[in-house]
Ligand binder design. Structure first.
Ligand SMILES: *Cc1c(COP(=O)(O)O)cnc(C)c1O
Length: 365
């Protein structure tokens, strides 16, 4: 029985598609193609889901990061901390704003930003901001990061691209903190559009106004007030997101159940599972395990039509265009070299998990 890494056919069933088509018809009737009423409705509901006051839809997750950096006044030459385990775009956004990424090492168990590494980096570099990433849907240790950053005046932007619907370890939905948080709705994320979209959440209504202006060429109700850009979200993507939003809690529950099945079925194998405290809180975007001989095992599983992924295949600071930027990389490099993400889309059955576990057992032991 094949195990698909993603399962868009199951995700986008007839019921959902007809709901989305109805909303599309409404857009055709109203001719409001950009920032229409679905955008407003989605922004309200998504802010509520994540425990925040303001949600601003933008064109994609990378723009959400760049716009957030502009909103907190990051200037060319400023240094911004980025964890070594993330998607390339987290560092790319920093460079595109003219700033310098400084790589912070990660916790070797979770792949999340390591507060001790951040402390050491802060002694050497004067950071203006840091971007902890809720990678795999796991909550980054935001309380500890705030304790380090707040006294030094270092601003925090959380990259929540993989964490829709997850919870902090200290409680409350990821996205309910005082920090800016960015989202991507790339189709493979827990909440995905039918194309590109992203969002920024903030508790600060002044920052929300500024972000609203940046995403629409610096416009404000009284004319142009700053140099912005075009990062509007179209009404079609908002309609898709709005239709899919009501299913995310149920789907995340299912992801959690699959994670539990993996814990039950893989615990006696010679590999490292994610930290146990993640079970309850993670949004389980991905299920990364750490093991020897990763590439061989990936190939063997592929022969049995079991889809796996390398997220990331390399520490982001080791990518060619990023390798000369400063920072700490050791644990990130080890983590990236040995991690393999198992399928955890919400349509995987317990039987499939058991079958995958049997394959892994034969390959490892
Ligand atoms: C997907 C992702 C992004 C980028 O989002 P896009 O919508 O593709 O621009 C940024 N950070 C992380 C951690 C991501 O997973």
């Amino acid at each position: 029985m094949p195990v698909n890494f993603y399962d868009f056919s199951a995700l986008h069933d007839d019921k959902l598609i007809s709901e989305i088509k109805e909303k599309f018809d409404q857009i055709f009737k109203e001719n409001s193609f950009i920032e229409g009423s679905f955008n407003d409705e989605f922004e309200k509901k998504f802010a509520l889901l994540q425990g925040n006051k303001n949600c601003l839809l933008v064109a994609n997750g990378t723009d959400a990061l760049e716009i957030s950096l502009q909103a907190i006044d990051i200037q060319p030459g400023d240094k911004v901390g980025v964890p070594g385990i993330t998607f390339y775009a987290t560092a790319e956004a920093v460079i595109n704003k003219g700033a310098t990424p400084v790589f912070i090492d990660v916790n070797p168990e979770s792949g999340l930003l390591c507060p001790d590494s951040l402390k050491r980096i802060c002694e050497k570099h004067q950071l203006k901001a840091v971007i902890p990433v809720h990678i795999y849907g796991h909550p980054a240790p935001i309380k500890e990061i705030e304790e380090i950053c707040d006294p030094l005046g270092i601003k925090i932007i959380e990259d929540g691209a993989q964490s829709q619907g997850g919870n902090y370890l200290h409680g409350g939905p990821i996205g309910s903190s005082k920090n800016l948080i960015t989202y991507s709705f790339y189709p493979t994320k827990n909440l995905g559009a039918f194309g590109d979209a992203g969002a920024i959440l903030t508790q600060d209504s002044k920052l929300a106004e500024k972000i609203k202006s940046i995403r629409n060429h610096g416009r404000s109700p009284n004319g142009y007030c700053l140099i912005g850009r075009n990062s509007r979200c179209d009404s079609f993507q908002a309609a898709v997101l709005l239709s899919k939003l009501k299913y995310i809690n149920g789907q995340n529950q299912q992801r959690k159940k699959i994670a539990q099945w993996y814990f039950e079925n893989l615990q006696d194998l010679n590999l490292k599972l994610p930290p146990k405290e993640m079970i309850e809180n993670s949004a389980w975007h991905l299920f990364p395990i750490i093991l020897d001989n990763r590439d061989h095992i990936k190939t063997e599983l592929a022969k049995k039509e079991i889809g796996t992924g390398l997220y990331p295949g390399k520490a982001v600071g080791d990518e060619e265009p990023l390798k000369n930027y400063p920072g700490e990389r050791e644990n990130s490099e080890k983590f990236a070299a040995n991690n393999l993400c198992l399928p955890i889309n919400p349509f995987i059955s317990e039987e499939q998990v058991k079958q995958l576990a049997t394959c892994l057992r034969e390959l490892i032991n």
